[in-house]
Design a protein around this ligand. Structure first.
Ligand code: HEC
Length: 142
């Protein structure tokens, strides 16, 4: 009696095992699709989960020209507030003579007591980007 029960159980288990092993790849995929978690996390940078999950970070520092156009041009193209105009070699000669490092400091820290604020007011600009903008202004003012 006990033996028969054990054999029946074994037979059932074998059948179940056989059933599981007989699944085709398509059936297996269908089952996996049905039992997959509802919310799948999509790691940043993984483009395989449909729409980009996170807006891509800016691809590196902006160029000097981009920073200039966005943050410096308002004053430095018009001479507003007494700013030396880009392209005005005479207005820049003495400044350029101070050396690029001095101008970098002016760009990043501003010139106290003047309209030249720290980073020209561009607080999202990195020091590196400000340096690039200064380079751009100097190159175009010689
Ligand atoms: C609100 C107006 C304004 C904006 C915006 C502005 N500047 Fe200026 N900038 C000035 C003024 C005014 C001066 C002249 C300061 C002085 O009297 O030496 C100046 C001077 C400078 C100088 C020369 C400093 C020196 O030591 O001779 C540099 C370099 C400079 N600006 C870089 C920048 C950069 C880079 C940006 C943009 C990221 C920028 N500025 C945005 C007003 C501005």
């Amino acid at each position: 009696m006990i033996n028969r029960v054990a054999i029946s159980i074994m037979a059932i288990l074998l059948a179940a095992g056989a059933f599981a092993a007989d699944l085709t790849d398509a059936q297996r995929a269908a089952i996996e699709e049905r039992i997959k978690p509802v919310g799948e996390s999509c790691l940043e940078g993984d483009n395989s989960c449909g729409a980009p999950a996170v807006a891509a970070a800016p691809a590196g520092p902006r160029s000097g020209e981009e920073v200039y156009n966005a943050a410096c041009l308002a004053c430095h193209s018009t001479g507003a507030a007494g700013a030396p105009k880009v392209g005005d070699a005479a207005a820049w000669a003495d400044r350029i003579a101070k050396g690029t490092d001095v101008l970098y400091v002016s760009g990043v820290e501003g010139v106290p007591g003047t309209g030249m604020m720290a980073k020209g007011g561009c607080m999202s600009c990195s020091d590196e980007e400000i340096h690039a903008a200064v380079d751009y202004m100097v190159v175009n003012s010689q």
